[in-house]
Ligand binder design. Sequence first.
Ligand code: PMP
Length: 302
Amino acid sequence: MSVVPFDKREGKIWFNGELVDWQAANIHVLHHSLHYGSCVFEGIRIYDGRAFKLQEHIERLFKSAELLGYKITQSLEEVIAACELVISENQLSEGYLRPFAWLGAETMNIAGQGCKTHVAVAGWKTFEDQRKAARQRGQELLVSSWRKPTAGCTPYQSKAAGHYMMSSVIKNDALAAGFGDALILDTSDYITEAPVANFFFYKDGVLCTPEADCFLNGITRQTVMQLALDQGIAVEEGKYRLADLDGAEAAFLTGTATEITPVRRIATKEQEWYFDKDHEIVVQLMAGYAELALDKVVAIVG
Ligand code: PMP
């Protein structure tokens, strides 16, 4: 299947307050955020024509900008309405929404003072075959040789483009080594997350997940923790090292795009851990998540 490049597609994009033709949604090459990484963005799943956790995602978009020191001039309600408009105008029943905000070209000084804030929302249909296959197979994670800086080094709760440079590098390293994804440790050897997803493991009757002190506290992570509690599963947030994976029965990744993806294997150069990708806890949580997302139990479990 040939994939149409993102700048050559058809449809409508919401751009600073109005719907414009897809291919006309352009900016100048000297926009501040393109050079200094301060674009903030969201990824939102559309299930059955409805944006899942829309309010939470747009609130995070505003918070992301605020953490970088700038203010989105549109209102929260306006950006939410824009998301809904993009879904209906592009007739998206299943897909992905990408709202984002960034600083314009008024200055190239690093502080970016006086830059205009821009906002856009794009949305597109997604083809879930690869992700479904990964869910069925179970993901294999390479423990990255790159580390996350510890807490306080950067505003981790800002979903800012600048944070994603290393996500790309780390994911590419894992793919080049024949793995599907990566697991990242911090500079003190604690497990953090995958390049664009949070990490959980199940051991001794407890669902464990690293404390989100140096990575994004994902909306799916929070949803899954609550779901587990509602299902009577004990949940613990803590500081875990790779050795804590010894004896773990199951592991999985969570994220808006990733949903809940079971992990089958984690490997360093020296050591490997294997998990039951069909563990009942994982299956149960996947079913619960599908129910929340779709208001009924259907396909995303499969
Ligand atoms: N960590 C990172 C770095 C991510 O990019 C994502 C995806 N947004 C997540 C975690 C999971 O976040 P969420 O569940 O809000 O999609």
